[in-house]
Design a protein around this ligand. Structure first.
Ligand SMILES: [Zn+2]
Length: 204
């Protein structure tokens, strides 16, 4: 996990959004490989192991559905996803589930973007190009902090769709691996070739 990501993290135990506290035990450059994320409100502590922050257990960990499923990067190349996201310059992009497999391509295309993988499949390991988080039922980031979000097909259901919208900054885009999804709080821009693309409206 990048040290700078600490200020975006949110404790999943309650709706209050406050800054979490990082206690690092082992770092490599700007990356924390071992340590603890603490919540000043409820005093919960979340371990950072092998660079991954463990806020909860990935509900699809070890699930056959993910390995057998058609994943986002098999449908689309990183160039297309980057164009759909319309993210340039700097900022954060969340990649949920199998969408984390786009990280190498996106990092090459947009080196200024910081990638955050949530519940990435096991074949996406900790690396300097992506911060990895694990969570049980939410995206453990504060609201309105990321410039783009890509939701893998296996996570194209609630509560993950609503979470994708919540963490997005207004007028930024969400790309979902699934054409026929209904996403509250985002306006559909396109739905074709197995993907849904929308923009956060900022309206309830
Ligand atoms: Zn807490």
């Amino acid at each position: 996990m990048f040290i700078e990501l600490t200020e975006l993290l949110r404790c999943p135990a309650h709706p209050d959004e406050t800054y979490c506290v990082l206690s690092s035990e082992e770092t490599v450059g700007r990356i924390v490989t071992r340590g603890t994320i603490g919540c000043p409100i409820c005093r919960a502590e979340y371990a950072i192991e092998n660079g991954t922050v463990k806020f909860g257990i990935d509900p699809l960990l070890g699930a056959d559905s993910r390995s057998d499923d058609i994943t986002l990067e098999e449908m689309l190349d990183p160039e297309t996803v980057q164009a759909l996201l319309s993210v340039e310059g700097s900022g954060y992009v969340v990649l949920l589930g199998s969408a984390a497999r786009l990280s190498n391509g996106l990092a090459e295309l947009a080196p200024g973007i910081q990638l955050i993988g949530v519940n990435a499949p096991p074949d996406v390991g900790e690396s300097p190009i992506i911060s990895l988080l694990q969570a049980a039922a939410d995206i453990p980031l504060r609201s309105s902090v990321v410039h783009g979000a890509v939701i893998g097909r296996e996570y194209a259901v609630e509560p993950w769709l609503a979470e994708g919208v919540r963490v997005l900054i207004d007028n930024m885009r969400l790309v979902v691996g699934g054409e026929s999804v209904t996403v509250t709080g985002a306006k559909r821009l396109a739905a074709e070739r197995g993907l849904w693309v929308g923009v956060k409206t900022g309206l309830p």
